[in-house]
Design a protein around this ligand. Structure first.
Ligand code: NAD
Length: 373
């Protein structure tokens, strides 16, 4: 029997522009003139970037982005750019160009630059952002969907923590797949797995709803079809992955993610496993675990993907992890068996875990970790 919904809502104020080669027209698209650009170093070195930036009146570039952005890095950028806002530059827009780490940094900077205090105060909830500078986000990985979410993920006291803010919805998400062509095999793999996790988790989340279900299904299909050719460097597949990652982003911007993301936080923070890969490691086991709790919904998914059963779906995800060149076993990432309990304990601290169908308890998470050990 179909699920009965009492109420659901879809709110996503981000204007999404998909344009191949769009970075070159970014000034017209954004309407900005004097910009603070937060980007990855390989972006700032590229001729493509330099040509696009030459169209602005003034450009101040910060390109020393650390992965899984630490709060202190964001505070440092504010200290540096304050000198410039105090008269030298008068930014009318912030542009983030890069992977999720860069886009999340740009979100926090665009808000903190017109507020006061340190980022940690906003993450821990003692302060809330009320405003920001105009913001355009331009992803160079096809994974996080950060360009269309109100989420930012930062490292605070050594552990990754997601936060949401109304100011983290960008004004514009410019999806230019040309920027993703330079992704090395490994980055294309980890980020593609992240997009897959978003689509699957949004689809099964307790918070799912019909509008996002359609987006999640479409994204999953596109990812299953294009993941391998995209890793082989085929540009049309990279274009499709760029679109799919943004679609999955819109889906989970409404539903949030679930256990795979919750468990990924300690795996990344303690063992330095890339975000998307850390999310994907538990997906095959979680697919089988959640099936008991959302059988009908998952049966619809199996049918949509023309698969035989749930085990085949789990296998398909495992196969993509291996195709990308990664082990599916935690022990291969330096995890010791006696550390599984601590990983489970920290995973339970992420509130999104309760959005998983069946709402896994500590013992369930530990069991899932043991299965993939
Ligand atoms: P990343 O931003 O950390 O980048 C990984 C590496 O790939 C970096 O070295 C980067 O310079 C390089 N890179 C990126 N694009 C490239 C390109 N086109 N060519 C060559 N090199 C390139 O990786 P990511 O997976 O995109 O982002 C992960 C971060 O995003 C994590 O902190 C994660 O928690 C966060 N995240 C945020 C959201 C959100 O909604 N805000 C959602 C999911 C994940």
């Amino acid at each position: 029997m179909a699920k009965i919904y009492e109420k659901f809502e879809l709110y996503n104020p981000v204007r999404v522009v998909y344009k191949k080669g769009g970075l070159e027209n970014s000034r017209e698209i954004s309407g900005f003139s004097n910009v603070l650009v937060i980007c990855d170093p390989y972006v700032s070195q590229s001729e493509y970037f330099k040509k696009a930036m030459s169209k602005y009146e003034s450009v101040f570039v910060f390109d020393k982005i650390l992965p899984n952005p630490p709060c202190e890095m964001v505070d440092d950028i504010i200290n540096i750019t304050c000198d410039y806002t105090n008269g030298k530059f008068n930014f009318d827009g912030v542009i983030g160009i890069g992977g999720g780490s860069t886009l999340d940094t740009a979100k926090a900077v665009s808000s903190l630059i017109v507020s006061c205090g340190k980022l940690s105060e906003y993450i821990e909830g003692s302060k809330r952002f009320e405003k920001r500078l105009p913001l355009m986000l331009v992803p160079t990985t096809s994974g996080t969907g950060s360009e269309v979410t109100n989420v930012g993920v930062y490292t605070i006291n050594g552990i990754k923590k997601p936060m949401t803010s109304k100011t983290f919805w960008a004004d514009i998400a410019l999806v230019d797949p040309v920027l993703t062509y330079s992704m090395p095999h490994r980055v294309a793999g980890t980020t593609g797995l992240d997009a897959l996790a978003h689509a699957i988790e949004s689809y099964w989340a307790i918070s799912t709803q019909p509008y996002t279900e359609g987006l999640a299904l479409r994204a999953m299909k596109m990812i299953f079809e294009n993941f391998k050719p995209s890793l082989n460097g085929e540009e049309p597949a990279r274009d499709e992955m760029a679109i799919a990652a943004t679609i999955a982003g819109i889906a989970f911007s409404q539903t949030r993610t679930t256990a795979a993301h919750a468990i990924s936080f300690p795996i990344t923070s303690f063992y330095n496993v890339e975000h998307g890969l850390a999310c994907a490691l538990t997906l095959p086991s979680l697919i089988v675990w959640t099936y008991k709790h959302v059988k009908e919904r998952m049966d619809e998914l199996i049918q949509y993907l023309s698969l035989k059963n749930i085990d085949e779906l789990a296998k398909k995800v495992e196969e993509l992890i291996e195709f990308a060149g990664f082990s599916t076993r935690l022990r291969d990432y330096g995890v010791k068996e006696e550390e599984l309990e601590n990983i489970a304990r920290v995973s339970m601290e992420a509130r999104i875990i309760d959005l998983t169908p069946g709402q896994p308890k500590y013992e369930d998470v530990l069991e899932i970790l043991k299965q993939i050990y």
